[in-house]
Design a protein around this ligand. Structure first.
Ligand SMILES: NC(=O)c1ccc[n+]([C@@H]2O[C@H](COP(=O)([O-])OP(=O)(O)OC[C@H]3O[C@@H](n4cnc5c(N)ncnc54)[C@H](OP(=O)(O)O)[C@@H]3O)[C@@H](O)[C@H]2O)c1
Length: 327
């Protein structure tokens, strides 16, 4: 019998249980069955587990929205994939933390031969996120200053590499010496260690008092005010996550009027809403990987049964780069 992780109530990492399960005989017409080898660990998995992002599905819930593996069976109406093909995905429905799962074919991507399953599971969700943040939401430019929080994280290290490939001057915030080094090695132009440096002062130094045109903020509650202060007149705050917690209620006028700022709260699913967008996003990412502009940063591989430990590690802020589960 295959194994999977489920949670039957909301809570901390301890609610994650490793269980075995039966696979149903039939497959929905538009689904494929995947024998997974590699599963992506993402911060959003912790929001689902804790209830920060409410889910409208019944317990027990198998978390996870990113995986890679081989197709072992096809639904009756699937004609664009075949058994034995290597595929990956980064989308709902939840259920990636499992050895074998069914997934809708219209959200599935074939893995090119120059990318391994482990790499695909480590890079697809985070890399497509950087693609829409840097190419479609706001197109970053050569010599443009941007501020990116958590620059040594999973999304962060891909952002460093992407910014370098464009010649954009990314300024990254990090919390440790090790993370400083990693962000710089991956292409960040400047790093600010917020534990011992004042982020706003450093941004003013680097940009000659002008501030940055765009801040990419995946940290949320703890960085929101700093992000606003770092923006130039008519700057854009891209609030794409909340690893430190949800931003508190704000007064729109007092917050955005003093510098005529723009604000957006984007989500990958809305930028890859159609098949065309998904294919555009994944192929743009894959081209960067083929050109070696993006190189995977798998920093740790966990056994699936150690999901609770992996979530603890992600919460602890000690992790860097991407992490995957191996099946
Ligand atoms: N909207 C979207 O489409 C989208 C898609 C993918 C990911 N995301 C978001 O992007 C962000 C990064 O995701 P990721 O999976 O790559 O995670 P990650 O960046 O690898 O991990 C989170 C990092 O946030 C920083 N952090 C600051 N305060 C924290 C706190 N109180 N608790 C935990 N971490 C804190 C830490 O870096 P330092 O130690 O350097 O501060 C930590 O390593 C998350 O908010 C995620 O939800 C959004």
């Amino acid at each position: 019998m295959p194994n999977k992780i489920v949670f039957s109530k909301l809570g901390g990492p301890e609610v994650l249980e490793f269980i075995n399960y039966d696979i149903k005989d039939n497959i929905n017409d538009n689904d494929v069955r995947i024998q997974q080898t590699s599963i992506g660990l993402n911060f959003i998995d912790t929001y689902h587990r804790s209830g920060l992002y409410p889910l409208n599905i019944d317990f027990p819930i198998c978390p996870g929205i990113e995986g890679a593996g081989e197709i072992i069976a096809l639904g009756n109406k699937v004609n664009n994939f075949r058994i034995g093909e290597r595929v990956c995905y980064a989308n709902i429905p939840l259920g990636a933390y499992s050895e074998i799962r069914d997934f809708p074919a219209d959200k599935l991507i074939k893995i090119p031969n120059y990318i391994s399953n482990d790499e695909a599971a480590s890079v697809l969700l985070k890399g497509m996120t950087v693609e829409y943040l840097f190419e479609r939401l706001h197109k970053i430019k050569k010599d443009e200053y941007i501020l990116f929080h958590a620059a040594a994280g999973g999304v962060g290290l891909i952002a460093c590499q992407w910014a370098r490939s464009v010649g954009c001057k990314m300024i990254g915030t990090v919390s440790t010496k090790e993370k400083e080094k990693l962000a710089l090695e991956n292409g960040c132009s400047y790093v600010i260690n917020y534990k011992n440096e004042n982020v706003v002062e450093r941004i003013n130094e680097i940009t000659n008092g002008k501030g940055v045109k765009v801040v990419y903020d995946g940290v949320g509650k703890e960085t929101f005010d700093i992000s606003l202060e770092c923006l130039s007149l008519r700057g854009l705050l891209v609030s794409f996550g909340q690893s430190s917690g949800m931003i508190q209620d704000i007064n729109l006028h007092k917050t955005f009027n003093p510098k005529s700022l723009f604000y957006t709260r984007p989500t990958l699913m809305h930028y890859n809403n159609t098949r065309e967008e998904l294919e555009y996003s994944s192929s743009t990412l894959f081209k960067k990987i083929k050109n070696k502009e993006i190189i995977h940063n798998i920093k740790k591989k966990y056994n699936l049964e150690d999901a609770a430990k992996a979530h603890e590690d992600l919460h602890s802020r000690k992790t860097t780069g991407s992490m995957i589960f191996k099946c």
